[in-house]
Design a protein around this ligand. Structure first.
Ligand SMILES: Cc1ncc(COP(=O)(O)O)c(C=O)c1O
Length: 372
């Protein structure tokens, strides 16, 4: 089996991640903030250590500005529903995932906000952001990398341009966070959402919302926080106010291990992936029946293409029969398809990571050639 769907969920996970998960469930197995006996206190300490590691990884100075959620979808929903208010206007890149688009569209349909999808030209640096900003614009949202084309969308220049107009920036780092070190402080990123199970090499069930300054927005959900149980609503204690319900501590502990793994191995991961990007292009580009939609080398190792006018679902099925896992269709990114002109056809997506090999790419290319 060849796994080329790392943009959906990365696999396999590093041994360190599996060991941390096993350690937590076998040796600790309790929940933070839910008791005063030794093991519960140990769980709280481990949560604190994990928060510190996340803060260090993304470069924010205060670990209490790390809110754990179950994934980036929840983090983005928490942020948009709490932060935006009636009359606000939001700018988004054309590469945003449904995790951004759908909460915004829902708020728009309720009459709360309006939003504008920026043209591709702004992201390519060929047009100015202020053409699309309004006096009511209160947020710019940028994905770190496109989950469809692998293009790096976030750029410090766009952040600067937004800030010069007084507009804060939310980065959706679901794609690319483990591949490109993202320094929130240096890049002036105000808010960031991440998910553990993709490029961060951790498990499903953990993500987070980070902010440079203390968040003071309404929580998305109400419930038990382990503190101030006498209060009828979530306490004004942060980040606890946003983390009602029992946290997925085994996944949080495994996330700490994955971030440490990435910190230790980022250079070798980057050089392996850069080599695979080059090789993938070297093998796929000469096939004239194939249209590749983003040919930049400066990217994450996610590629999207079509073969002649064959529906992407047919290509995916054919590869699946040969034990090659890739994805077709729209990939929860309809605006990105509008931007690259593939709404009608969808596209085949291959997403590699450092665990893939040139031999796997060769096998994939041979099957594609046979199919043409
Ligand atoms: C760019 C982007 N944002 C958000 C998400 C949502 O991630 P999750 O399902 O882990 O919340 C994805 C998942 O594919 C994504 O690619």
């Amino acid at each position: 089996m060849i796994y080329f769907d790392n943009a959906a969920t990365s696999r396999p996970k590093p041994n360190e991640v599996i060991e941390a998960f096993n350690y937590y469930i076998t040796e600790v197995g309790t929940s933070p903030g839910r008791g005063s006996y030794g093991l519960a206190i140990q769980a709280s300490r481990m949560l604190y250590q994990a928060r510190n590691t996340v803060a260090r990884f993304f470069s924010i100075s205060d670990p209490s500005n790390v809110v754990f959620t179950k994934n980036s979808t929840e983090a983005i929903n928490l942020f948009l529903n709490g932060y935006l208010s009636v009359g606000d206007h939001v700018l988004i890149s054309p590469y945003e995932h449904n995790a951004v688009l759908r909460p915004l569209e829902t708020l728009k349909n309720k009459g709360v906000i309006e939003y504008t999808v920026l043209p591709k030209e702004v992201i390519d640096g060929k047009e100015e952001i202020d053409k699309h900003a309004r006096p009511t614009t209160s947020l710019l949202i940028l994905t770190l990398a496109s989950n469809l084309t692998g293009q790096i969308v976030f750029s410090p220049k766009l952040v600067e341009a937004a800030h010069s107009l007084g507009i804060p920036v939310l980065v959706d780092a679901s794609q690319g966070a483990g591949k490109k070190l993202i320094d929130m402080e240096k890049n002036g990123i105000d808010f960031l959402a991440f998910t553990g199970h993709k490029d961060l090499l951790a498990l499903p069930g953990v993500g987070g919302l980070l902010s440079q300054k203390a968040l003071r927005i309404a929580p998305l959900i109400q419930g038990g926080t382990g503190i101030h149980g006498e209060s009828y609503v979530n306490p004004q204690a942060f980040p606890d106010a946003y983390e009602a319900g029992t946290l997925n501590m085994p996944a949080i502990w495994a996330l700490k291990a994955s971030l440490e793994y990435l910190e230790a191995h980022l250079d070798s991961i980057t050089s392996k992936e850069t080599e695979l990007i080059r090789y993938f292009f070297e093998r796929l580009e000469p096939i004239k029946e194939v249209t590749i939609y983003n040919k930049q080398y400066e990217r994450v190792p996610t590629f999207c293409f079509n073969i002649k006018d064959i529906p992407s679902s047919t290509v995916v099925e054919m590869l699946s029969k040969q034990q090659i896992c890739v994805r077709g269709g729209i990939h929860c990114a309809i605006k990105a398809h509008e931007a690259i002109g593939t709404v009608g056809t969808g596209a085949v997506r291959v997403s590699l990571n450092y665990t893939n090999t040139k031999k796997e790419i060769d096998e994939f290319i041979n099957i594609i050639k046979e199919a043409i």
